[in-house]
Design a binder for this molecule. Structure first.
Ligand SMILES: [Zn+2]
Ligand SMILES: [Zn+2]
Ligand SMILES: [Zn+2]
Length: 253
């Protein structure tokens, strides 16, 4: 199995519009971060995790291949806005989109024409599948275990797929849910910036406490903002086995 990080930026992306800080003007491609998304691939099965406003740009960089399902973590724009751009991927049939009830409702509200009785020609053919966070489900041969995490006060979903776990936009996880991460080899997890606390996102310092408890073989941080600092500089400050993710990074599990 492998995971490719298609986007590792926070909701504004990096560079942030109008900013001229050293990160936003950096020539290092690892400092340019599209909105947060990833593609998981195992044999011939491909899962997209989140589908934000940069989805089309992200997929232009990839060979055109089928997507078997989309997993959504939550309803925010930077995680769902690109669903309409799944059109070319739906020519082979419906794409199941897995999300919790609140996200399902939001997707129906943003894209009502995709779920109309009589559809406008060419609209993406999406099948909304409601996720119960307590109940694992399967896409082809892959078992997906939803993980309850909190984004400020909002309950959202993370996902474990075998030895991989993907969590974004988290500020808190309850100890009982942390158990679901036991034994993961690769953890992709959000960290907004290094140390200054934020109401709805954890920092690198907070994320490192989880890493220390779970002890995955490798951890990659995502959903990073420009205040994280230069990729090359911060990467050197992280403990062994912990890295900043960057757009296009492929990790084998
Ligand atoms: Zn986000
Ligand atoms: Zn900046
Ligand atoms: Zn969010």
């Amino acid at each position: 199995m492998k995971i490719k990080l298609l986007g590792t930026g926070t909701s504004t992306g990096v560079p942030e519009l109008g900013c001229s800080c050293e990160v936003c003007t950096s020539a290092d491609p690892r400092d340019s971060r599209l909105r947060c998304s990833a593609m998981v691939e195992d044999n011939d099965v491909r899962l997209l995790i989140d589908c934000g406003p940069d989805f089309r740009t992200q997929l232009l960089r990839e060979p055109f291949r089928k997507i078997d399902a989309v997993l959504l973590t939550h309803k925010h724009y930077d995680h769902v806005a690109g669903l309409d751009d799944l059109r070319p991927f739906c020519t082979g049939g419906e794409i199941p989109v897995y999300a919790e009830q609140e996200t399902v409702m939001q997707v129906r509200t943003i894209f009502p024409y995709c779920f109309a009785e009589i559809k406008y020609p060419g609209v993406p053919n999406l099948q909304l599948c409601t996720v119960d966070v307590e109940t694992p489900f399967k896409v082809k041969h892959l078992e997906i275990v939803p993980i309850r995490v909190f984004h400020g006060k909002m309950p959202i979903a993370g996902y474990r797929i075998g030895d991989l776990a993907y969590i974004t936009d988290m500020s808190y996880i309850e100890p009982c849910e942390l158990q679901k991460l036991h034994g993961v080899k690769v953890l992709v997890m959000n960290a907004l910036r290094y140390s200054k606390p934020h109401r709805t996102h954890q920092t690198v310092l907070e994320a490192l406490k989880i890493v220390d408890y779970i002890k995955p073989r490798a951890t990659y941080f995502t959903h990073l903002m420009h205040h994280i600092g230069l990729h090359a500089k911060i990467e050197k400050c992280l403990p062994c086995g912990v890295h900043l993710g960057y757009d296009g990074l492929e990790i084998k599990i």
